[in-house]
Design a binder for this molecule. Structure first.
Ligand code: HH2
Length: 290
């Protein structure tokens, strides 16, 4: 399949047509305990200001989350998660033109966020195949990020195991797309995410990044989140606040392998990395055309 095949990702009020410059999904964590920015944006006003800042830096999508998914994170009740995210979504809808995504594992939270105006469900637990989550996405005609995770955030890093991590993640995507279609979610609503750091060792994460090009045959756009993740810390010995260079190296590599969406805490730096790498890639494509 050609890299230049046109693909559409759409839902509710948004429509992105690829190929196009890679999209940046800025992270808005309304949590006390997220692994890199927990507690910074717990107050709705702080979260909204942060979201507006990310848009000013070039975010194409905002991903609002009210529950940390770091390994071993405390489970948050539905009520508490809604109490955190709904005021932020309500304040942003109508005020910003970029689509809002709800980062949640809970169908009821997804449903309430969609009712409040979110356009995308970012589901880190797509491997759990929950009919009620997919019904919410289908009924709203929302965009859907189907992320791969082995286990749950509470168990995922205990002993992740794969025969062939790339083959297994790819097989999940193929099955998931068919199951989603049966649930009324069309392929054009879906993007896939291999779930870097979710039930994966350092080597699994590096294998997934090294072999990203193999996901091109899936015929759906790919979203990747490497931002500040702990595998960078393991590899580079860097604390969460010092992982930007490693995150950007992963971003530059991934866009060169055909990844079209990037979830990041550091929007300005990611946008600059993407535009620079894309400019070089475009020159290479020009030369090979001649
Ligand atoms: N990573 C995190 C959360 N949600 N969603 C997708 N689709 N892909 C990811 O890689 C991804 C995600 C973890 O990052 P963060 O939200 O900053 O941390 P926490 O879960 O601790 O809030």
């Amino acid at each position: 399949m050609s890299v230049n095949t046109e693909r559409v990702w759409q839902g509710r009020r948004f429509r992105f047509v690829f190929p196009r410059p890679a999209l940046v999904m800025g992270v808005v964590n309304v949590t006390p305990d997220s692994f890199s920015d927990g507690g910074q944006f717990l107050e709705p006003q702080a979260a909204v200001e942060h979201a507006l800042q990310l848009i000013a830096e070039g975010a194409d999508i905002l991903d609002v989350g009210g529950e940390s998914t770091r390994p071993g994170a405390a489970i948050v009740t539905e009520e508490e998660e809604l109490r955190r995210v709904l005021p932020v979504i309500e304040a942003l809808v109508g005020r910003v033109s970029v689509p809002l995504s709800i980062d949640t594992q809970k169908p009821a939270v997804a449903r309430a966020a969609l009712a409040a105006g979110a356009a995308i469900v970012n589901d880190i637990a797509a491997t759990q195949v929950r009919a009620d989550m997919w019904a919410a996405v289908a009924e709203a005609g929302a965009g859907y990020v189907a992320m791969h995770m082995q286990g749950t955030p509470q168990t995922m890093q205990l002993e992740p195991r794969y025969g062939d991590v790339v083959g297994e993640v790819k097989a999940f995507f193929v099955t998931c797309l068919a199951q989603l279609a049966a649930a009324g979610v069309s392929p054009e609503q879906v993007v896939f995410d291999p779930g870097i750091g979710f039930g994966k060792t350092l080597e699994h994460n590096l294998d997934l990044l090294a072999r990203l090009a193999e996901f091109k045959t899936l015929d759906r756009p790919l979203l990747v989140g490497v931002s500040r993740k702990s595998f960078l810390g393991k590899l580079l010995g860097a604390e969460t606040t010092h992982r930007l260079p490693g995150s950007l190296a992963g971003t530059a590599w991934a866009v060169g392998q055909g990844v079209q969406l990037f979830r990041t805490h550091d929007v300005a730096a990611t946008v600059q990395t993407l535009r620079m790498t894309e400019a070089i890639l475009a020159r290479r494509a020009d030369k090979s055309d001649k």
